[in-house]
Design a protein around this ligand. Structure first.
Ligand code: TYD
Length: 171
């Protein structure tokens, strides 16, 4: 008997292909493309009751990769900026649990500023997106789920090196 695949089964079927060629991989059904290529917006699920809101990011439903690491940005002093790099292979899902920040994205051609100020909204970044995080509201808590453990060799920390890598990839 034929049955619909569960989100996790769909994920297992589609993910190996996406992993091989993330720049060609289709946009997951639950994600909306941004103007910047390889960057998407995802609505997380919210379960509300009188005790408060429970916000979920689950593999294959909101999260397009297996998370091997979580890190958070907290106590960012007023006026400080973070980011200023791209990743060669890392995928990330970013969201703000509390507060607000500007995520400035750049795919080498198009730039876009996204205000993240809602814990239900996440940004999914495939590899090779230059990002800067700025204008943090006081007390902001930004959480990042990452597809790989920390690896400094995956970073492109200068915009010139990023542009060179894009050219080498022919993107
Ligand atoms: P970096 O990624 O440059 O921070 P941001 O993009 O938020 O400005 O990392 C800052 C420092 O922390 C750098 O020395 C690398 C280190 N680091 C880790 O050791 N593990 C991690 O998971 C991350 C994200 C950074």
């Amino acid at each position: 008997m034929r049955r619909d695949l569960s989100p996790a089964e769909l994920f297992d079927r589609e993910y190996p292909a996406a992993r091989k060629a993330p720049h060609l991989a289709p946009v997951p059904s639950y994600a909306r493309p941004l103007d910047v290529r390889r960057a998407m917006e995802v609505d997380l699920s919210v379960i509300r009751d009188q005790r408060g809101d429970l916000v979920v990011a689950e593999l294959g439903k909101h999260l397009p990769f297996v998370a091997r690491r979580m890190y958070s940005l907290v106590r960012v002093p007023e006026g400080e900026a973070r980011g200023g790099h791209a990743h060669k292979e890392l995928e990330q899902l970013l969201f703000v649990l509390h507060g607000a920040l500007d995520l400035v994205l750049d795919d080498g051609v198009t730039q876009q500023r996204v205000r993240l100020d809602d814990p239900e909204k996440a940004i999914y970044l495939r590899p090779m997106v230059w990002r800067e995080l700025e204008h943090f509201a006081p007390g902001t808590v930004c959480v990042v789920l990452a597809s790989e453990v920390y690896d400094e060799s995956d970073y492109l920390r200068s915009y010139d090196a990023y542009r060179d890598e894009l050219a080498a990839l022919g993107w």
